[in-house]
Design a protein around this ligand. Structure first.
Ligand code: SAM
Ligand code: CA
Length: 227
């Protein structure tokens, strides 16, 4: 027995799924279709989707921001968890991969809930922020796009969230590379730097969960009072 997070071998992982996964049929089909493409490893796992969908419900989120759509697994899971009037603003740069997402949003009956902004997400987020009206209005955000821009996404998502809003950041353990001194590629360095920055960031309350490839939960705090 130990109070450390347990490592999951294949047998225990399969057991976890067998007693807890309740994957909607439409998400299973999306996962099977995505499995055929070489980049399938970018997709979140089904139990992570279920966990984040539960968080959407727990927080009562209505307005969701997603940075990194790929073929649509997480966005569809969020959309299914949202109330009828819930809305997702989603960002991705790939027409090809998001065309799969769009097809599944239609099949899942959630297409009306999702506003996809195609292009470099930093630019698209800046446009949204510059409009003024969206700042401080989102309840929930998920960052899962290119790791090099993670810090830029973090800062912009914080602006767009309301105080008390929840930000999730994916892949913060990056397959263990973040703790491996021999690894110093651009992606590892970017994730490491953001992890360190968030640890010391008084604007958020945090928890880093060793779920899947590591997920940081960060709740935006109220602005510090000005004196
Ligand atoms: N959340 C997705 C899911 O549930 O399957 C996985 C997202 S995948 C890890 C990362 C996505 O980020 C890819 O679809 C890629 O096209 C997108 N991306 C990469 N660079 C980007 C950029 N500069 N701006 C916007 N999207 C970008
Ligand atoms: Ca990811």
């Amino acid at each position: 027995m130990s109070n450390r997070s347990i490592g999951l071998d294949d047998r225990l992982y399969q057991y976890l799924l067998s007693v807890s996964l309740r994957e909607p049929e439409i998400l299973r089909r999306l996962r099977e279709e995505t499995a055929a493409i070489p980049q399938a490893g970018m997709q979140i796992s089904p139990e992570q989707g279920q966990f984040m969908a539960l968080l959407v419900k727990l927080t009562g989120a209505v307005r969701v921001l997603e940075i990194g759509v790929f073929t649509g697994y997480s966005s569809t899971a969020f959309a299914l968890a949202l109330p009828e009037h819930g809305r997702i603003t989603a960002f991705d740069i790939s027409e090809e991969w998001t065309s799969v997402a769009r097809r599944y949003w239609e099949l899942a009956g959630v297409a009306d809930k999702i506003d996809l902004r195609l292009g470099p997400a930093i630019e698209k987020l800046d446009t949204l922020i510059a409009g003024g009206q969206a700042v401080g209005t989102y309840d929930f955000a998920f960052i899962d796009a290119d790791k090099e821009n993670y810090d830029g996404y973090y800062e912009r998502a914080l602006q767009l969230l309301r105080p008390g809003g929840l930000l999730l950041i994916d892949n913060v353990l990056w397959g263990g590379s973040v703790a491996d001194e021999a690894k110093d590629d651009v992606d590892t360095a970017a994730i490491r730097a953001l992890n360190r920055k968030i640890h010391a960031d008084g604007r958020v309350e945090i928890s880093l969960l060793p779920v899947a490839d590591g997920v940081t939960l960060a709740m935006k705090l109220n602005e510090a009072p000005r004196h």
